[in-house]
Design a protein around this ligand. Structure first.
Ligand SMILES: [Fe+2]
Ligand SMILES: [Fe+2]
Length: 415
């Protein structure tokens, strides 16, 4: 050990390793598609670089910071992972000098604080002890830095809390070196966050665009179908032993992909799409092509989100007994579109089965131009009697398990 002291710090093997890790992790961020998964990854890696017990990411939303993501090790006494990760989702704070994160976003400069409870009177910001009280936690050392993208825009703030010493037991101040590594990493992180936010915004615009075409597919309908689908999947995943991380990842993709289930309707002619009353058999065949056209929209991409969106748009009208559409199609680009034999049972992808049930449920309980809303009991009876025929038994089971939550979703997203 004593010989190594003669090296200057940035040339010691430890630092070279650390730098290497920062560069590798930064490159890996480009592979993450979904915004929430990305925030999770950024925070996990940043905490590892600085050996920080916990951390938070805030994202800029107009002139405020939105509390977007929070994670920590097991030290917190009330260790309920769901609660701590998502409980502040709707909280925002103004970007000004009063709070620590607000100050960092406003000034664009990193801030190192050795003890949050001993901040002097000579600075404009102060520490908000409310979060500690609510989470039964003691914040001590803090490293807060702006997430500035390569384009120079501040997209958020990364805050690491309580650096731990090498034994992991004692809270120590963050070092200058910690700050430099995290700062180096934060630029790539910010650019990746900027990219993922843009993807999400484009998707939301695409949904709004297809809404303009189709008066039946309102924003409220797609939001409800997405929310029902997430609830049904979460229950399904918990009863089928899906690991937490995988489940969270799928939920995020599912929410967006489910919203897009009918974007293919953008290609259906007005006289069919907007026809009041029942369609003729020929018209119905044209209408059914929306599943294939929708799938085409995602076929040039290969991200998890593209794949899931393709699966859902293509197969959300399949039936468990094989009598749905469009079935097996070798080439979704071939015109005219010819439907194959319907997929059957587990051939139908799980997420398409889930969105299929969520979509039918919402259509039945809602008013449409051609029908009055059905009563809840009548709808539930129908779904129960279609178990194993139209609908997949495992998905029907999950549906009934979460039915009270589905009613709450309907109250939240009304037309
Ligand atoms: Fe559809
Ligand atoms: Fe729909």
């Amino acid at each position: 050990m004593s010989e190594q002291r003669q090296y200057v710090p940035h040339e010691t093997p430890g630092n070279a390793d650390r730098l290497q890790t920062v560069l590798e992790v930064s490159a890996a961020l480009d592979q993450v598609e979904d915004l929430d998964s990305l925030l999770d990854r950024v925070l996990t890696e940043a905490r590892a670089f600085a050996n920080a017990d916990s951390g938070t990411i805030y994202l800029v939303a107009g002139d405020r910071l939105r509390f977007a993501y929070n994670s920590h090790s097991t030290q917190r006494k009330s260790a309920d992972p769901d609660r701590n990760r998502f409980n502040y989702l709707n909280n925002t704070i103004p970007i000004n000098d009063e709070s620590i994160a607000g100050y960092v976003a406003h000034s664009g400069k990193p801030l190192v604080i050795d003890d949050a409870y001993r901040i002097g009177d000579d600075v404009p910001y102060s520490f908000n002890q409310q979060f500690d009280r609510e989470a039964d936690y003691r914040t001590q050392s803090m490293l807060t830095l702006p997430l500035k993208s390569a384009r120079g825009r501040t997209v958020g703030v990364l805050q690491l809390i309580n650096a731990l010493d090498s034994t992991g037991g004692e809270v120590v101040p963050f070092s200058q070196e910690d700050m430099l590594y995290v700062l180096l990493f934060s630029k790539d992180a910010a650019s990746a966050i900027e990219r993922a936010s843009m993807t999400r915004q484009i998707i939301l615009r695409m949904i709004r665009m297809s809404e303009l075409r189709d008066p039946k597919e309102t924003g409220a309908h797609v939001s409800r179908v997405a929310a029902y689908s997430v609830e049904i999947y979460e229950r399904w995943a918990r009863t089928h032993g899906v690991l937490n991380d995988e489940m969270r990842h799928n939920i995020d993709l599912l929410r967006l992909a489910a919203m897009m289930h009918d974007v293919g309707k953008i290609a259906i002619p007005d006289e069919i799409l907007k026809k009041p009353g029942r369609l003729t058999d020929d018209e119905r065949l044209v209408m059914q092509t929306h599943a294939v056209v929708g799938a085409r929209l995602f076929s040039d991409g290969d991200s998890d989100l593209d794949n899931l969106s393709r699966e859902i748009t293509l197969h959300h009208h399949e039936r468990w007994d094989g009598n749905g559409y469009p079935g097996r199609i070798d080439d979704i680009y071939r015109d005219p579109i010819r439907m194959g034999p319907g997929l059957k049972g587990r051939e139908i992808p799980l997420f398409a089965r889930i969105v299929g049930l969520a979509d039918v449920y919402d259509a039945l309980v809602s008013r449409r131009t051609y029908k009055e809303p059905w009563g809840e009991d009548q709808v539930l009876d129908t779904i129960r009697s279609e178990e194993g025929k139209h609908f997949s038994p495992d998905v029907v089971k999950a549906f009934f398990d979460v039915h009270p939550v589905l009613l709450a979703i309907r109250r939240k997203y009304t037309e």
